[in-house]
Structures are given as C-alpha cells and as structure tokens.
Write a protein that binds this ligand. Structure first.
Ligand code: AMP
Length: 368
C-alpha cells in the first residue's frame, strides 16, 4: 500500500501486464500507419510514458506534437475542459494518432476532436492505454485500447493524483475505506460500555474496551495485567506505549471486521494520533467520535453504585473516582478538539434511560 497526499492506493495492474497491452497497441498502430508518416499527438501530462513506449516501437517515419488540456480536479473529472497548450499548426492534412493515458468521461476526447477538426487534419485515430467503459458516454470511437478498467481512480505509469504517482511503474487503485469506526467517548461512568454492548450487535461491529482488556489481563495475571494494575488501582492512566501496542494487537485480531467501537481509547492526544496513523496504514480511519455528555455529580453516583457490584477497586473509593476525572480533564478531554478539528465530533446527551440514549447515538451513526 502506498500513500499519495491524503489517500491510500493498492497495487492493481503490474508492469508486465501493462507491457503486454502496450505491445498489442503498438502492433496495431504499426500495421495501420507504417507508411502514412503520421503525427503522434500526445496528450500531456499523463500519456508521456505510454507515448514513449508506443513511439519507440513505431517502424515508419513519424512526427510528434504535444497538447495539454485539463479536466481533473482531485479524483473527480470536473467536466470543464480548458486548453493549456494547443496543438502545433502543421496538423492540416495529416494523419494523426492521439495518444491518451486514460479515457473515462470522454470530455478530453471531445475537446481534442474539436481541435483536430478545426485544424483540418486528414484523419485521426485515438489510442489510449486505459479505457473506462462504464464512465465513457461519448460517441467518438476509441480505436486502440490497451486495457479496460473499472470506474475506480487509478494512478501510476504517468497517471497522477494531484501531481503525485506518475513515476510508479505499476498501476495502483485508490483504496476505499471499508470499515465503520466509532470512538465512543466520555468521562468514566458516562455509559460507554453499556451503549457499546447494544451498538456492536446492531451494527455488527467489534467492541474494544481497553479497560476490559486490561481487567482481563489482570484477572489472568499476565505481565501486561500486572503492569496495568499498578496504574489502574490508583485511577491513573496506563502509559501510552503499553496501551497503544495492546490496542493495535486487538485490532489486528479482527481485520476482517465491519468496523470497531473504540471504548476508552484513545484517552490521550498521542493515542489519538497513533490510532489515526495505524488505521491509515490499512486505508481506514475514524468516522466519528460520539461523546456521551453527563454532569459530574451524576457520574460519581453512577460509579459508586456500580462499585457495589462490579468488584472494581477504582469504582469503590470516591478519591480514586475523582482522580479518574482529573486524568480525564487533564489528558482526555482535549480529544474533543482533536476530533472537532477533523469535523468528526458528535456530542450526545448521556442523561436519560439507556434506550433513549441509544436512539440518540444511532441517529448519529446512521448519518455518517
Ligand atoms: P475504563 O474501564 O475505560 O474505565 O478504564 C479503567 C482504567 O483502565 C483506566 O482508569 C486506566 O487506568 C486504564 N485504561 C483504560 N483505557 C486506557 C487508555 N486508553 N489509556 C490509558 N489507560 C487506560
């Protein structure tokens, strides 16, 4: 997987397959134009690799000219075509072979056809390395086609994404985010675990509660558990390195999931950054932070009540509970800004009965 600007791309067509396609097109062009002294009209910038390969294989006399039109803005064909660099004037009466890297909507082809007609060429044919039959909706025939591709955004072998990727020798396809990943956020006692239980069933997501994973490890007296216990019993956060590695391992166990509900993670800005980087390496990301908002006095009551039955030492003592709030206020609450800056923060009133709150959360999840 490679990254270009904000997007991730995976290998799609290897160089060997591109070579075969180019050989096929070169043979056909040789047959049709060997004795016609044609002009290759190369559509910049993307077609320069393909053009070089085709022209090196051409066996008759030929000339070259370049033209530059622009229609792409990011990954979407804008439909607006502007001529940046026009064809040279000596095309009149000539046989012209237009060399394109990719034909998708066909807007560029229409613009070039108009130019060639104005120049009064004798005849013209269009050769393209890639052709998107699903996207092409014009009636100008495409005469030589290297490879047909689906309507995905591709880069490499001359094709770019906002300037990058042209130098790649293979073709890469943009990787779409497949997962729905939610950060369930809020101070201790806000009801994250309770809501996660319902949401994971409803949306078929994997629920990862870092607190639960630590408690599981404590119960089983693992090294990780023994380390975490030292911090958890006081109501302190477990150090980032330990928590981040553990979280990654939990995600890696479930890579085929529809997505994750992260409950109790991230709790610091460096955890949030690590999570973003880690998911991005997989072509994934966080869709939303859903924050349960509950006043502190209600939270303390909820936690002490839970402490009567949960067996959690950090729920039973008000000073430990206060310390957890303090950790939350000083280290975790800033994450509201972290996700707001990415337009991913959604606050939900976390006071009321469980079903009501679930409805409020689902409203958000269904919108994203
Ligand atoms: P919780 O069950 O989410 O209330 O978490 C209980 C305790 O586990 C916290 O008070 C921390 O000591 C520890 N813990 C859970 N998640 C994290 C995290 N993301 N970073 C650091 N410590 C955590």
């Amino acid at each position: 997987m490679i990254q270009l600007h904000d997007l991730y791309f995976e290998k799609f067509i290897p160089r060997s397959e591109i070579n075969l396609a180019i050989n096929g097109v070169a043979l056909e062009i040789n047959d049709d134009f060997k004795d016609k002294n044609p002009v290759f009209l190369i559509v910049l910038n993307g077609a320069f690799f393909f053009a070089a390969d085709i022209i090196k294989k051409f066996e008759g006399n030929c000339e070259m000219s370049f033209i530059k039109v622009a229609s792409y803005d990011g990954t979407q064909s804008s439909g607006e075509i502007s001529t940046v660099m026009g064809a040279e004037p000596y095309l009149k009466g000539r046989s012209v072979i237009v060399i394109e890297d990719i034909v998708d909507s066909g807007n560029t082809i229409i613009a070039i056809k108009k130019i060639l007609e104005e120049e009064q060429v004798k005849e013209f044919k269009i050769a393209t390395l890639f052709y998107k039959p699903e996207a092409y909706n014009k009636n100008v025939p495409i005469d030589y086609i290297g490879l047909e591709v689906d309507n995905d955004f591709i880069v490499g072998y001359g094709l770019d994404y906002n300037g990058l990727g042209r130098n790649l020798n293979d073709i890469y396809k943009v990787k779409k985010q497949m997962m729905k990943n939610i950060v369930l956020f809020g101070p201790p006692g806000a009801g994250k675990g309770t809501q996660a239980e319902v949401l994971k069933e409803k949306y078929n997501l994997i629920h990862i509660s870092t607190g639960d994973v630590f408690r599981y490890n404590i119960k089983n007296e693992t090294d990780l558990g023994n380390l975490a216990k030292f911090y958890m019993d006081k109501g302190d956060l477990v150090p980032d390195e330990v928590t981040i590695d553990m979280l990654k391992a939990e995600v890696n166990k479930n890579l085929k999931a529809n997505g994750f509900i992260f409950d109790g993670f991230p709790r610091t800005e460096s955890q949030a950054q690590a999570l973003d980087d880690f998911l991005a390496e997989k072509g994934e990301g966080i869709n939303a932070m859903v924050a349960l908002e509950v006043p502190e006095d209600i939270l303390v009551k909820r936690l002490l009540k839970r402490g009567e039955t949960s067996g959690r030492p950090d729920d039973q003592d008000e000073s430990k509970i206060r310390n957890r709030f303090n950790e939350y206020e000083t280290k975790t609450a800033v994450l509201k800004n972290y996700y707001s800056d990415q337009n991913k923060y959604y606050g939900v009133d976390g006071v009321g009965n469980i079903e009501e709150i679930t409805l409020r959360v689902c409203d958000i999840i269904e919108k994203i």
